[in-house]
Design a protein around this ligand. Structure first.
Ligand code: PMP
Length: 429
């Protein structure tokens, strides 16, 4: 069995042969059989150092023993009965303790469901249908998140999204003056911001700018949502808001809040979250904001989350992952220098992004940063995969508790070869 033969079979069973469009790869994606720590193995037995880490969900590394034990024990007790259980209370209490905005938490079945719910809450609380979001920030794949997801496009990135929905979404640059001027339109009641900056921080959002955006939103009196689906439990145990002392009204979480299992959450101010309380009535509706979802807060996921949370709350996984990303960034900058390639490695916390042709990401627009030539991205990623290193997406990496200095140095040796090859072939200069 090879990835090539599996891909052929996959294309007859799954559209494009994949379950997520970003997993598509020409000539074919890898089919992975096993993952442990910061490594994974494909169906042909080839081993990879993993910088994708489950789309940044596996903060503790693949297969953390405490999470596996908890899942085994809970699976034997009850996988899912669609009832209330004690673990969901403890899980929400963790989130409410760690996140400054969180008085209450409601669990969802994915990150996209979390942003969908947060936007509905923003609209219900403000009584205004229009949403302001930032160009290029990612908030999931649903109808209300697609206009503005591709920087500079100002349109939904998919067919099938009603124009009437896109017309309710305004898009502005990640710039306080641009936001202030957009918020002159008093039909806007909600602002959503990707707390890392666009695409897990490939377009940096410095803290003074995030604070200024927060201040502009506060002055306009809109509901402010931070999408901390990447930054939550990664930038710090309490996400970006706890690290930098900038607090929104509502926060969306996923990926790590579940201990790396499927699911998500919205947490926030008690008055807004109370719109989901069945005991409340508004405009004849009880609860005023409807939120369902068969697998919300499921006991199996809660058990995994509760096994992961004591580790995540300690700050130790974040410190290790940050140190390993810093080692990777420093090593890559040294390599670019040595090969005479113009560009840099940058990124906050446990992320690392490679930029070619410019050395100061802060001076570039999102569109410029995303404009690395496709042939260069394909050459870099393909060369690294052939040498057993898998990136997260584009030219970016995330690290975890399981990354070690030895693994980073081994990955840097692969980068060294690939960058030398790309420079020799004139793909980079
Ligand atoms: N928002 C952000 C910032 C994300 O990174 C993601 C997932 N990459 C989402 C929302 C959507 O989450 P999910 O893929 O679980 O629907």
């Amino acid at each position: 069995m090879t990835s090539a033969t599996l891909s052929q079979r996959a294309r007859a069973a799954l559209p494009g042969g994949v379950s997520h469009e970003l997993r598509y790869r020409a000539p074919h994606p890898l089919f992975i059989k096993r993952a442990l720590g910061a490594e994974k193995w494909d169906v042909e037995g080839r081993r990879y150092i993993d910088f994708k880490m489950g789309s940044a969900s596996q903060m503790l590394g693949h297969g953390h023993p405490d999470v596996i034990t908890a899942l085994r024990q809970q699976a034997a007790r009850a996988i899912f009965s669609a009832d209330c259980h004690e673990m969901e209370i403890e899980w929400a209490e963790w989130v409410n303790r760690l996140y400054p905005c969180a008085d209450r938490t409601r669990f969802t079945a994915s990150g996209s469901e979390a942003t969908m719910l947060a936007l509905r809450l923003g609209r219900a609380w403000s009584g205004k249908e229009r949403i302001l979001r930032i160009d290029g920030h990612y908030h999931g794949w649903h109808d209300h998140a697609l206009k503005g997801a591709k920087p500079g496009s100002n349109r939904a990135t998919s067919l099938g999204v009603p124009q009437a929905v896109s017309d309710l979404i305004d898009v502005c640059a990640a710039d306080p003056q641009a936001m202030e001027s957009a918020l002159q339109d008093d039909r806007i009641g909600t602002v959503i911001i990707e707390a890392s900056g666009a695409n897990y921080g490939s377009v940096p959002l410095p803290t003074d700018r995030l604070r200024a955006l927060h201040d502009v939103a506060r002055a306009a009196g809109v509901v402010l949502i931070f999408d901390e689906i990447i930054t939550g439990f990664r930038w710090s145990p309490g996400g970006r808001q706890a690290r930098d002392g900038v607090t929104p009204d509502l926060t969306t979480l996923a990926k790590i809040v579940t201990g790396g299992l499927p699911g998500g959450a919205v947490c926030g101010r008690a008055e807004i979250m109370a719109l989901m309380n069945n005991a409340a009535t508004r405009d004849g509706l009880s609860p005023p904001v409807s939120h369902k979802g068969t697998f919300n807060g499921s006991p199996l996921i809660a058990a995994g989350a509760l096994a992961a949370l004591p580790h995540l709350a300690s700050g130790k996984p974040q410190a290790q992952a940050d140190a390993m990303a810093e080692r990777l960034r420093n090593g890559l900058n040294a390599l670019m220098n040595r090969h005479g390639i113009s560009g840099c490695a940058y990124g906050e916390s446990s992320t690392c992004h490679l930029l070619f042709g410019a050395s100061d990401p802060a001076a570039l627009t999102p569109a410029q940063i995303r404009a690395v030539p496709p042939a260069l991205v394909a050459g870099l990623r393909g060369g690294l995969l052939a040498r057993g290193v898998d990136l997260m997406s584009h030219t970016s990496c995330v690290t975890s508790l399981a990354h070690t200095p030895e693994l980073i140095d081994e990955a840097l040796a692969a980068f060294d070869d690939v960058l030398a090859e790309l420079a020799r072939d004139g793909v980079v200069s």
